[in-house]
Design a protein around this ligand. Structure first.
Ligand SMILES: [Zn+2]
Length: 236
């Protein structure tokens, strides 16, 4: 399959590179074959499809380093509250009722919206991660998926009963899948929902699997104050 994008402006990832105006991009299968002014294009390149680049910009895909893709379904559920009130009073009760199916479709909806606006790589942490992974596997996006080693519940966020083995299974099932586009991390939701022993155990699990941790950290002034009080007191 040969595609020719004609007369497009190009922003490259190289900060030293010039902003390229009004050139053609030739694509063969899933690779860029050339970027060149129309006058320099080889006559050998006969495209199967032509796309006009007029008033368009070609640029590297954007990266969203923190998503909860399936929460697209909760848009406008309670958008105007402080973080803790929003999370504990409004969102957790909704999330308690989530199903695999809802997360699957919510993840696909979130992915579609991001692809539409140019985001091609994300780091997603959420619930029902098996369903989320199935939802995103065939989108073509590069995805870092993180799964929590503590089980979620609506009143306090996460149960003390752990699901560390589920994390190991999820890691083995999904890390490196979709031609290497999926990577699996360990989710540590936050220092306010994970107690100190759980933080340490999650870190040990990430080390054991040779992977990283995705965490909410110091999102609000209140979290900073609470965290310093809790953890500095504990460490002295
Ligand atoms: Zn978040």
């Amino acid at each position: 399959m040969k595609i020719l994008i004609e007369g497009i402006d190009i922003l490259t990832a190289d900060p030293e590179a010039e902003y390229i105006k009004n050139e053609d991009i030739g694509i063969i299968d899933d690779r860029i074959a050339f970027i060149a002014p129309a006058s320099q294009r080889s006559g050998d390149f006969v495209p199967d499809r032509r796309i006009s680049g007029k008033n368009m910009l070609a640029m590297p895909g954007m990266v969203n380093a923190h998503t909860h893709c399936a929460m697209t379904l909760m848009r406008n559920a309670a958008d105007d509250l402080p973080l803790h009130k929003w999370l504990f009073d409004k969102i957790f009760p909704i999330e308690d009722k989530l199903t695999d199916e809802a997360v699957y479709w919510g993840t696909r909806l979130g992915a579609a919206e991001m692809i539409k606006s140019g985001t091609t790589a994300i780091a997603d942490m959420y619930l029902h991660m098996e369903a989320a992974a199935r939802g995103i596997a065939d989108t073509g996006m590069r995805v870092n998926m993180s799964k929590s080693p503590l089980e979620f519940h609506s009143e306090g966020g996460f149960r003390a009963e752990d699901v560390f083995d589920d994390c190991r299974v999820f890691f083995n099932d999904w890390n490196g899948k979709s031609d290497g586009r999926i990577k699996v991390y360990i989710e540590v939701h936050s220092t306010y929902l994970f107690d100190r022993p759980s933080l340490i155990r999650a870190s040990e699990l990430a080390n054991e699997l040779g992977t990283g941790i995705h965490i909410h950290l110091l999102e609000t002034a209140r979290e900073r104050e609470d965290s310093f009080e809790k953890h500095i007191k504990l460490s002295v």
